[in-house]
Design a protein around this ligand. Structure first.
Ligand code: GLN
Length: 292
């Protein structure tokens, strides 16, 4: 199966992004934000979109339904793993890998209504980011033309009864949400909202309940960096989620959200300099969530 170990070429659009870009943004739970470099530069949210749609279905269906229909476990496998579905009792394990995220898109309400589902996904993105987001049309077309692995995953899930709406509609919603543009500043705001018990640190709006914010953070913690999640957590103690667009969203509960952006990826599809920046910040500020 193709993957980011072949560079960013597996999604043609991403291969052409300037690899020298770098942005870092921090948003404290009191709403104070700091940014540097290309923190206002829009890029493809990719797998970080999974965090947003997990939040949406947690809200719409409740945590037990999400656990039962998708799962809330680690996979220890690459993001596009088909084995993850087969090994885990025919379940996608978590909404934060491709299989679980396609399943999550199928669960978004109202089922059967593409426009209304997409509107709900967008609204939820904007509530968490604290500002509007828009589709990168070229990325959406690039990914739609080359996502053969995700098509296979979607149909395998359908066979196992883990797609709860039309298969093509669910896959298309997933591809679209991956193609949304965000900035490191927006990721920091979304992370800070989660870190702040679901309440926007700038607008004061409750986007998620405190309980769902905790559940979402636990999902990020267990699988946010795919097969290198344990290693990341061991080194930094910071719950974080990556995307192959080069973004990282990191949640420090009760303290801050961090957004990082730097396109070059490691073999697991995680931003190399993004990881270094978040880890260095964590070291400097003592952000390890496991400290006593
Ligand atoms: N859209 C990408 C895919 O489905 C997202 C992967 C990622 O960011 N890890 O392959």
């Amino acid at each position: 199966m193709k993957g980011p170990d072949e560079g960013r070429d597996y999604i043609p659009y991403l291969a052409n992004i300037d690899s020298s870009l770098f942005g870092l943004s921090v948003c404290l739970v009191d709403g104070t934000c700091f940014s540097l470099g290309d923190a206002a530069h829009p890029f493809g949210v990719e797998s970080i979109s999974k965090v947003f749609t997990a939040a949406l279905i947690l809200k719409q269906l409740g945590p037990e339904a999400v656990r039962e229909k998708i799962g809330a476990d680690a996979t220890g496998l690459p993001f596009n793993s088909i084995m993850a579905i087969i090994l885990e009792n025919h379940s996608p394990s978590t909404p934060l890998v491709n299989a679980g995220a396609i399943s999550a898109c199928s669960l978004v309400e109202p089922t059967g209504n593409f426009d209304a589902k997409w509107a709900a996904i967008l609204q939820n993105f904007e509530d968490l980011c604290g500002s509007p987001v828009s589709l990168i049309d070229e990325l959406y077309r690039s990914e739609s033309a080359t996502n053969f692995d995700n098509r296979s995953i979607a149909w395998l899930l359908r066979d196992y009864g883990r797609i709860y709406d039309d298969v093509d509609l669910s896959l298309d919603l997933y591809t679209r949400q991956c193609s949304l543009a965000v900035t490191a500043e927006q990721l920091a705001h979304a992370a800070a909202t989660i870190a702040n018990g679901g309440v926007s640190p700038t607008g004061g709006k409750e986007v998620l309940s405190a309980d769902l914010a905790r559940k979402l953070t636990s999902l990020i913690c267990t699988v946010g960096f795919y097969q290198s999640t344990g290693d990341w957590l061991y080194r930094t103690g910071i719950p974080a989620k990556s995307g192959v667009g080069g973004g990282i969203l990191a949640v420090v509960p009760g303290v801050m959200g961090i957004g990082a952006f730097a396109p070059p990826l490691d073999a697991a599809g995680n931003s190399v300099r993004g990881q270094e920046a978040v880890a260095a910040l964590g070291e400097e500020l003592g952000l390890n969530v496991f400290q006593g």
